[in-house]
Design a protein around this ligand. Structure first.
Ligand SMILES: *[C@@H]1O[C@H](CO)[C@@H](O)[C@H](O)[C@H]1NC(C)=O
Ligand SMILES: *[C@@H]1O[C@H](CO)[C@@H](O)[C@H](O)[C@H]1NC(C)=O
Ligand SMILES: *[C@@H]1O[C@H](CO)[C@@H](O)[C@H](O)[C@H]1NC(C)=O
Ligand SMILES: *[C@@H]1O[C@H](CO)[C@@H](O)[C@H](O)[C@H]1NC(C)=O
Ligand SMILES: *[C@@H]1O[C@H](CO)[C@@H](O)[C@H](O)[C@H]1NC(C)=O
Length: 379
């Protein structure tokens, strides 16, 4: 197994090097670093199997692609889009914090039924704290293992980088649940974060059955998710599943200044393939690995949920709608009832978006054995 993986890895490295020579203007020289038992870092050109080493990939700083400035009307684009175009080709960043044994190793990862993969920026400490004791708690539900990782970059406020990296390090030490890479955690880098996570998964958790991929400000009824996934009789994670709030027949917003503004210089077509809202979607381990595979052939597109849709389309797979996922929020039928009435959330899978206190309160309430609900009417 390990031998084969090593060989595949070497072939991949060889192909990678060839590819990098072809695009020599923005090459991304690869070096492999090993952490030895004393915690020292050693540089190695070839990965050497060592039973007790955790290996991380380290890449020299990815160079700005100066040719991007030759894009038509580049100077008229907003600065964050220019920045995106300058660094769009960069796909590899060193890991700052890793939890390689999160799934008990690649072989045992099939025991993980639901892996919660939560996008979280360094500054969102309060959100992470509350998720750890509510819906993202690591536990067994119905005999199925639920595990959790937060995925993060580094803060975009450079004066706070040192402090916030230290915070994540402390959290990581206490909870063992942070994957952090050395890239700037901005909205337009979320696709990069997804790709880096999938790369990690392929190495450390390839056989996890299902994943919930979502934001740190949603309310996810993970108990219901496990029950829903268990009810899929013909799918134990080895077949396609990609379900959430389905969005179709939409295209890029061309309004300069809009959060989702995508100029033709980034994406020419007027429509997006179907995708699921990025607040939270469920997918099988199989589909995650298919997406990872095809992502290697698809140019990074800055809106992460749309990018997932592009990968699915390329793989010939479709996302589906699950009525329990409300990433656009829910409509409470009457203005007389409490917006946070637990009965409206008891049957949901996921609702966007919540402040930490509300998440805590609601999680307690829906688990109250005395909670009595009439027919829940959620539109
Ligand atoms: C590997 O190293 C870690 C930390 O140095 C140690 O705790 C662990 O027992 C070692 N495992 C094996 C199998 O030697
Ligand atoms: C941009 O294009 C011009 C004209 O084609 C060329 O002279 C220049 O070298 C290019 N600059 C870069 C950075 O590609
Ligand atoms: C994983 O499982 C395979 C097949 O059972 C075995 O050959 C291999 O040694 C295992 N690898 C590890 C790291 O335990
Ligand atoms: C993405 O991260 C890289 C590495 O930190 C950075 O150079 C780039 O500017 C970021 N891109 C955006 C659009 O923020
Ligand atoms: C992804 O690609 C690898 C290497 O080509 C292949 O072994 C694996 O089966 C693929 N995985 C899926 C789920 O398609």
């Amino acid at each position: 197994m390990r031998r084969m993986r090593t060989r595949e890895f070497m072939v991949a490295v060889a192909l990678g090097v060839l590819f990098l020579h072809l695009c020599n203007y923005f090459s991304d020289q690869k070096t492999i670093w090993l952490h030895n038992n004393e915690g020292k870092v050693e540089e190695n050109q070839i990965w050497q199997p060592n039973k007790n080493s955790t290996y991380i990939f380290s890449w020299s700083a990815c160079q700005q692609n100066t040719f991007a400035a030759n894009t038509t009307d580049f100077n008229y684009l907003p600065e964050h889009i220019q920045n995106f175009l300058y660094y769009r080709h960069c796909r590899h960043f060193p890991m700052l914090l890793n939890v390689p044994d999160k799934c008990g190793g690649a072989n045992k990862s099939a025991d993980v039924f639901l892996l919660l993969v939560i996008k979280s920026s360094p500054r969102n400490y309060e959100r992470r704290e509350v998720l750890r004791k509510t819906w993202a708690k690591e536990r067994l539900h119905n005999g199925k293992k639920i595990h959790r990782v937060f995925i993060s970059g580094t803060t975009d406020i450079s004066s706070e980088t040192v402090r916030q990296n230290k915070l994540l390090e402390l959290e990581h030490h206490e909870y063992n649940d942070i994957l952090q890479w050395d890239f700037v955690d901005t909205f337009l880098n979320l696709t990069l974060k997804q790709i880096l996570f999938l790369e990690w998964m392929e190495r450390n958790c390839p056989n996890a059955r299902f994943l919930l991929n979502g934001d740190d400000d949603v309310f996810a009824n993970t108990d219901n998710m496990v029950e829903y996934l268990q009810s899929l009789k013909d799918n134990d994670g080895g077949k396609h599943l990609f379900a959430g709030h389905l969005i179709q027949n939409v295209g890029p917003i061309r309004l300069y200044g809009n959060k989702y503004f995508i100029p033709v210089q980034v994406y020419v077509p007027e429509s997006y393939p179907p995708y699921c809202g990025g607040g939270g979607f469920l997918l099988s381990g199989y589909t995650a690995m298919v997406i990872y595979n095809v992502s290697q052939y698809i140019t990074i597109f800055p809106i992460d949920d749309v990018y997932m849709g592009m990968c699915l389309a390329k793989a010939g797979l479709s996302p589906v709608s699950h009525m329990g996922v409300k990433t656009a929020g829910i409509n409470i039928p009457s203005s007389k009832v409490d917006d946070y009435d637990p009965c409206y959330y008891k049957d949901m899978l996921l609702v966007h978006r919540f402040i930490p206190g509300t998440t805590y309160l609601l999680w307690q309430k829906i688990h109250d054995p005395d909670l009595k609900c009439e027919n829940t009417l959620v539109s």
